[in-house]
Design a protein around this ligand. Structure first.
Ligand code: UDP
Ligand code: MG
Length: 153
């Protein structure tokens, strides 16, 4: 069972998509194991987007990501990292496939509604970056039999 980090970015918060996005993950059968609203600052964004600090769009990304609070989630399931990335869609909303969150709700390569961890290794780091251990809950073990065959879990 994997856990992955999702952020509903200011572009999703401001466009009143919080409920729709959480519903997509829940309807899929993924478990919300952690959930909170938080105001990001430059320090956490420099860490989170360390691979992008030298890009020309980084200053504008900082403005975009601090415009409103974000909704941070830990999303759990078998192969959750890849499943959530595929539900998120390509980075640029204009290129993201219809049916994905970015494909359905975004026209932008920056204002693209959600962040999702891109690998199991990064998911682990990112969940720990945004959540304390006591903010991640284990309350669903009984429901797995309705979501998976025994040999899938
Ligand atoms: N981004 C941007 N311009 C670009 C590429 C990325 O503003 O040309 C922003 C965009 O919001 C994206 C984030 O930087 O979601 C992180 O970029 P990354 O390449 O990690 O894409 P992601 O993993 O979010 O699809
Ligand atoms: Mg990324």
């Amino acid at each position: 069972m994997e856990s992955t980090l999702v952020l509903i970015k200011p572009s999703g918060v401001i466009r009143c998509l919080i409920g729709d996005i959480i519903a997509r993950f829940q309807h899929k059968g993924l478990i919300i194991a952690g959930l909170k609203m938080m105001q990001l600052d430059e320090a956490i964004l420099h860490e989170h987007y360390a691979h992008l600090v030298d890009k020309p769009f980084f200053p504008s990304l900082l403005v975009s990501m601090t415009r409103t609070p974000v909704v941070a989630m830990v999303v759990k399931g078998v192969d959750a990292v890849a499943v959530v990335r595929s539900m998120t869609g390509a980075t640029n909303g204009r290129k993201a496939a219809p049916g994905t969150i970015r494909g359905d709700f975004s026209m932008s390569g920056q204002e693209n509604i959600v962040h999702a961890s891109d690998s199991v290794e990064n998911a682990d780091i990112e969940v720990r970056r945004f959540f304390k251990p006591e903010e991640v809950f284990n309350y669903t073990d009984d429901t797995f039999k309705y979501l998976y065959a025994p040999d899938e879990v």
